[in-house]
Design a protein around this ligand. Structure first.
Ligand SMILES: [Zn+2]
Length: 129
């Protein structure tokens, strides 16, 4: 159990996680509903295939956005599970405490700032030959 977060801070972060999950789910629902309506309208209005490339591009952007939201919801839910398991707020790489301020910005954070930075730089380094 990580003790660097006091009960109020944990509660605050749990609320934050739950709020974000709810917001993303709403976005996802609204987005999917909007897409269905737009596709229906296009099917009705455009019987020939002149705009097919544009339609494919639109669909790719839609799918990328949906994937991002879905991945974020999964990450947030995993963070809630870690909280229930008492493992929340601990760095996945080095086992160190993830600072409260960082968790407020990114409640699903898996790594401390140092490990995250190392990861973004591509560490552990695989030198190119
Ligand atoms: Zn770390």
């Amino acid at each position: 159990m990580s003790h660097h977060l006091n009960p109020e801070q944990r509660e605050q972060l749990e609320r934050l996680l739950r709020t974000r999950i709810a917001t993303l789910r709403q976005q996802l629902d609204a987005h999917q509903e909007g897409r269905t309506r737009a596709e229906h309208a296009r099917d009705v209005l455009l019987q020939d295939g002149d705009d097919a490339p544009q339609r494919d591009a639109d669909r790719e952007v839609d799918m990328a956005l949906t994937d991002l939201d879905t991945a974020e919801i999964a990450a947030l839910q995993q963070a809630l599970q870690r909280m229930q398991a008492g493992a929340y707020g601990r760095c996945h790489e080095c086992g160190g405490d993830i600072p409260h301020a960082r968790l407020l910005l990114e409640p699903q954070a898996l790594r401390c700032v140092t490990c995250e930075a190392a990861r973004e730089r591509g560490a552990p380094a695989h030198p190119r030959l």
